[in-house]
Write a protein of this length. Structure first.
Lengths: 133, 331
């Protein structure tokens, strides 16, 4: 979002990120989302041995991206970050669980369904990179 | 144009350029990833000058207090000297003299050190106690600089631990040692004075908590301060009288000794310390949590404190890792 073109776009349209409330909205969502992920038996085992501080920062980066906010993550980054989880059985079901947790976080924060669908679509777009296929 | 300094080098930094970009341009490797001030990979510390507030957004308060910042979103408007996190960990050593040694229980020795140069530290941070090039260990500071004249450490005797054997058997008042530091982010920060503080520790993890609790009281903290200290049996507890006295004299401070062994005499809770602490405190929404001691306890308590509502930024943890016999330079 650094080029002139995207500046013009954000100024003339309310971006998804702006409609969601920008960075304060991400801050509000990140702890709720991370708590849901840690409490979800389908996926919590992937988070057993991670540094929670680093993980919370990564969750914030992920949410910023899913909210349509400024980020510099590429498909390659998503691949690298999840490659070590593929031998541990990371699969579509786990991605579904993460996206569900994301949607229920947004519902809890009172976000409109239409915007939740847009966030879900951005998260969905990372699926093949996350699963390294 | 402001000047950016790193080590012995310095360069003018263009308006709008980030510290990260400026350093990378000069061939200085700085770990980084998101370039958006989110992932915290590019954490650095300002050793001179003040980083802009925008470069500290999202960092925990104790990191802000020690002038840490995120290089990717740091666009200095005034001169700034910066250091990497590694450089920060290798401060030069300061000589100190042992002023007192006192057994607090069968296995924990209180070591009182007089620094030859004033040491700018906060209760709960740690220093490295250095015997020689082969042997040094990190120990947390139980003393409060505004309150205690010297540094206080609690050194637990570790089976086959070379450093703790040196402290327990060879160190004598009057001996000269070197210390390095201080370091660590586990300390009290002014902020919301009404916020509840939950302090949970095992073994000599009481050292930083004893310091943090007294530091908070000294600074006029008005919210509840709850200290839970855990051990297997009574022999592992210490400073119990001091802590009970403190609880009597300070209405917002309470102390619960917890025993995980088969018996708990009156005045003690029975069970694992973090289970009891979390059970008794209930929701941790808007609480600040300090966890010190056994790595397994710290790890489990961190997760459960977060699930109980504490924000990640409000959880301060210090896991005491015991190094294998023969290894050097870790706790």
């Amino acid at each position: 979002m650094t080029s002139k073109m995207s500046d013009w776009w954000t100024q003339t349209h309310d971006s998804l990120y702006a409609q969601l409330g920008g960075e304060p909205a991400v801050d509000a969502a990140v702890d709720i989302f991370y708590r849901k992920v840690l409490s979800d038996d389908r996926i919590s085992h992937f988070f057993e041995d991670v540094d929670m501080d680093k993980q919370a920062a990564k969750q914030k980066a992920f949410l910023t991206m899913a909210f349509g906010g400024p980020h510099h993550y590429t498909g390659q980054d998503m691949r690298r970050a999840h490659a070590h989880l593929i031998p541990r059985g990371l699969s579509d079901g786990h991605v579904n669980a993460v996206i569900e947790n994301l949607a229920s976080t947004l519902r809890e924060l009172g976000v409109r369904d239409e915007l939740i669908a847009q966030v879900g679509a951005i998260a969905e777009s990372t699926r093949n990179d996350v699963l390294n296929r | 144009m402001p000047i950016l300094s790193y080590g012995r080098d310095s360069w003018p930094i263009a308006e709008g350029q980030s510290v990260l970009d400026c350093l990378l341009e000069r061939g200085i490797p700085v770990p980084h990833s998101c370039r958006s001030g989110l992932c915290q990979s590019c954490l650095m510390r300002a050793v001179d000058g003040t980083p802009p507030a925008a470069a500290q957004k999202g960092l925990r308060d104790s990191l802000k207090a020690r002038n840490h910042f995120l290089a990717c979103v740091c666009q200095p408007t005034e001169n700034l000297a910066v250091a990497s996190m590694e450089a920060t960990a290798h401060d030069s050593s300061i000589p100190a003299t042992v002023r007192g040694l006192e057994l607090l229980n069968a296995e924990v020795m209180k070591v009182v050190l007089e620094c030859h140069d004033p040491l700018d530290y906060r209760a709960g941070q740690f220093i490295n106690l250095v015997r020689d090039a082969q042997l040094s260990r990190s120990y947390s500071l139980a003393s409060v600089p505004e309150h205690d004249e010297h540094l206080h450490l609690h050194v637990r005797r570790v089976p086959q631990g070379r450093a703790s054997r040196w402290v327990h058997e060879e160190l004598r008042p009057g001996h000269r040692v070197d210390i390095r530091g201080p370091a660590g982010e586990c300390f009290y920060t002014d902020g919301d004075k009404d916020q509840g503080l939950l302090l949970v520790g095992t073994g000599s993890g009481l050292a930083p908590l004893f310091g943090i609790a007294r530091d908070a009281l000294q600074r006029g903290h008005s919210g509840p301060i709850r200290l839970f200290h855990g051990s297997r049996d009574r022999r592992g507890l210490y400073l119990t009288r001091e802590l009970r006295d403190l609880a009597r004299s300070q209405p917002n401070f309470d102390y619960t000794p917890c025993l995980s062994g088969p018996e708990a005499p009156p005045g003690h809770a029975r069970g694992r310390v973090h289970d009891i602490a979390l059970q008794e405190t209930g929701s941790l929404k808007n609480w600040r949590v300090y966890l010190c001691g056994h790595p397994e306890m710290v790890k489990s308590a961190k997760k459960h404190a977060f699930l109980a509502g504490a924000s990640m930024k409000d959880i301060y943890a210090d896991a005491f890792v015991v190094s294998p016999p023969g290894a050097s330079d870790t706790n």
